[in-house]
Design a protein around this ligand. Structure first.
Ligand code: NDP
Length: 327
């Protein structure tokens, strides 16, 4: 038996409980992992609280990320004792995830833990940091450099936003943070490396189709009006990486930024990201993320306290990254 969170469906509602789970109940997979750390991402918070339709089958162990060590392997290229990371692949949504002491998964879903980072740091990064890196790599791929101009990061105090700001600043970009928090949070954002902070309020209402051209690049976690206004205020030839829907699933924009300013809108998905790009992103995180700043933005919590923190995250009372110490 091992400890973990289990989400069960009762009538129309889902309920997450901290439970004792039988080893025999684990799903099929080639690799059994002893989970050391997990994390709470936005998607995990939706799953645990039942606030969004993240879980595809019940009962489900939530947790889209984990780091740990291999206990049993039926796959030739993965050995007992290997340090591994898992993020995405529908784990914690349609296959039991990382918010439990054990997980059994497909070998092909695992990424080796890069030598330069610890299992704890890997989960301080988690899907949020991994996605931030994918967004930055997308800006780079489309030609954005530090010389191109300012880069806007929305949802700045959240997991994706905080890590995006930190990496961009280290790479030499001038970062402008967009945040709905009060000015007390601005110091946190400038400490991470933001050059200045703008209030979210001006972006979260309908705006003109074309606005003053400010951004060479944008990393957007919000969607809806924030994304539409960000596109409308992007420079000629600029690039917008859209990865989230914290402000809404809709996209009330016009084609003006795309056909009159040649703006590129790039979609970012972390879940089914192909393994070569995945390994590249993790290697870049190990190299380009300031680990002291990562620690500064990270809070470590106990497995038993996950539900309380998931609610706080959805209520916008959380900042940076939450690591779950599982063992
Ligand atoms: P967090 O909850 O840590 O951060 C989200 C941030 O968004 C908040 O801190 C807040 O920042 C901002 N925000 C909150 N409410 C609103 C609103 N109504 N309008 C605009 N901004 C808002 O979440 P994560 O950073 O983990 O994830 C952010 C988004 O990215 C989520 O939608 C998530 O689903 C998505 N995501 C997508 C992935 C993918 O593969 N495409 C992978 C990972 C995440 P502030 O108060 O500073 O404005």
């Amino acid at each position: 038996m091992f400890n973990g969170w289990l989400i069960e469906k009762t009538q129309d509602q889902s309920q997450a409980t901290f439970s004792q789970i039988d080893d025999d109940a684990l799903p099929d997979g080639e690799i059994l992992v002893e989970v050391d750390y997990s994390t709470i991402n936005y998607k995990d918070a939706l799953a645990i609280t039942g606030a969004g339709p993240v879980v595809r089958s019940f009962p489900m162990v939530p947790g889209i990320d984990f780091s740990g060590r291999v206990l049993e392997s039926k796959q030739a290229n993965i050995a007992v004792g290997d340090a591994v990371i898992l993020n995405g692949w529908g784990v914690g949504e349609s296959h039991w995830g990382g918010l439990a002491e054990r997980a059994r998964v497909k070998g092909d879903w695992l990424t080796p833990l890069p030598d330069q980072i610890s299992a704890q740091q890997a989960m301080a990064i988690g899907t949020a940091g991994f996605t931030a890196m994918l967004c930055i790599m997308a800006l780079e791929k489309h030609g954005v450099t530090p010389a191109s101009g300012d880069v806007l990061v929305t949802g700045a105090t959240g997991g994706v936003g905080s890590i995006a700001i930190t990496i961009l600043a280290k790479l030499g970009y001038d970062v402008v943070a967009l945040s709905g928090r009060t000015e007390e949070a601005y110091e946190y954002l400038t400490d991470l490396g933001a050059k200045r902070v703008l209030p979210r309020s001006t972006f979260s209402v309908p705006g003109k189709p074309l606005q003053k051209a400010n951004w060479a690049g944008v990393i957007d976690v919000a969607g809806s009006h924030v994304l539409a206004n960000a596109c409308a205020s992007t420079q000629y030839g600029g690039v917008v990486a859209a990865c989230g829907l914290a402000g809404g699933m809709d996209f009330p924009s016009t084609v003006a930024p795309f056909i009159l300013r040649g703006v590129t809108l790039v979609g970012i998905d972390s879940v089914l990201c192909p393994q070569p790009l995945r390994n590249q992103a993790w290697q870049r995180l190990a190299r380009d993320l300031d680990m002291q700043k990562l620690e500064m933005m990270t809070k470590t919590i106990r497995l038993a306290d996950v539900k309380h923190h998931a609610k706080a995250l959805l209520n916008n009372q959380s900042q940076g990254r939450l690591v779950v110490k599982v063992k």
